[in-house]
Write a protein that binds this ligand. Structure first.
Ligand code: NCD
Length: 307
């Protein structure tokens, strides 16, 4: 049984493959009118979100409910955190309610690791600062596989605010375990050189056209203004240099797909035409988020014998 899911970096390739294969089994549920399974009946999952979220929180909640579990969501602004309670006291309080797993998003890199050291409950990282967002990388991989059949040998361009992106980091860890050619692209101020050392097969460029040339997958990222203390790039010029437009797509492979973890900002990191383009799989990523999170939750708490 998995102890929790804190990051992709520590995961073995066969564990990733097992989650992705199981997620595929769950995909058809999406189109059935009765969507509920019984696997986690009687289990309770707490979603603890200290940062804004639409997709991730909702999809963990739906995933838990589809497996028959109860899901409770707590957001920092509506909780006692806003009354000054410390992280440890909030967590001990939640632990006393005996959930079977805690899903956590926090602005501080490493916060879920801290939680995992303190509590004997599986912890799932739903995004920690600019560090990791493991279920996002898993749902991205599921989406690429659905469109390409394999990861090996693909060229994936990840474009935007690389420096502040936990999505980029988790994707680099995952894709590099599968022999993917990864190009990271962004303005110099948002493209730290050390990211090129995370794994072999990663290259960096400041030129969006060079990144897109020959790409099978173009993954766009939001500019994380909430993590920038001063603007790293003039906002008005960002789209001109790093926004994805339809004419860029001619440089990629003819059947290249466009991805984005959301939330998208039309006219900032991609044009509206690209967002709505038929090879944009942004909403398929959202759908796969549910299937992948079902696979993760099942793997983590499905085999627990105690309650
Ligand atoms: C991402 C995140 O929160 O890291 N969103 C998400 O989970 N789908 C990306 C972002 O906020 O830009």
């Amino acid at each position: 049984m998995m102890k929790g899911l804190l990051g992709i970096e520590q995961l073995e390739r066969d564990e990733i493959e097992a989650i992705l294969a199981r997620a595929k089994d769950f995909q058809p549920l999406q189109n059935q009118s009765f969507k509920r399974l019984d696997t986690l009946r009687g289990k309770m999952i707490v979603n603890l979100f200290f940062e804004a979220s639409t997709r991730t929180r909702t999809s963990f909640e739906i995933a838990a409910k589809r497996l028959g579990a109860d899901a409770v969501s707590i957001t920092a602004s509506g909780s006692s955190v806003s009354k000054g309670e410390s992280l440890v006291d909030t967590l001990n309080t939640l632990a006393a309610m005996r959930p079977n797993a805690i899903v956590m998003r926090h602005a501080a890199s490493g916060a879920p690791y801290f939680l995992a050291r303190h509590l004997p409950i599986p912890i799932i990282n739903a995004g920690d600062g600019a560090h990791e967002h493991p279920t996002q990388a898993l749902l991205d991989a599921r989406t690429i596989l659905d469109n390409r059949g394999q990861l090996e040998g693909l060229r994936v361009a990840i474009i935007g605010d690389i420096a502040h992106s936990r999505v980029a980091r988790s994707n680099v860890h995952l894709l590099s375990k599968f022999g993917v050619d990864i190009v990271l692209c962004g303005p110099a101020s948002l493209l730290p050189a050390e990211l090129g050392q995370i794994a072999p097969g990663v290259t960096l460029t400041n030129d969006i056209r060079e990144a897109i040339r020959g790409a099978d997958v173009i993954m766009m990222l939001r500019v994380q203004l909430e993590r920038q203390h001063e603007a790293a790039f003039p906002a008005g010029e960002y789209f001109q240099f790093y926004g994805l437009r339809l004419d860029h797509l001619a440089l990629a492979k003819p059947d290249a797909i466009v991805m984005h973890p959301g939330p998208i900002n039309r006219g900032r990191e991609l044009s509206s035409e690209v967002a709505d383009f038929q090879r944009s799989v942004i909403l398929n990523q959202v759908e796969n988020g549910i299937a992948v999170r079902m696979a993760v939750l099942e793997r983590m708490i499905g085999e627990q014998t105690h309650c």
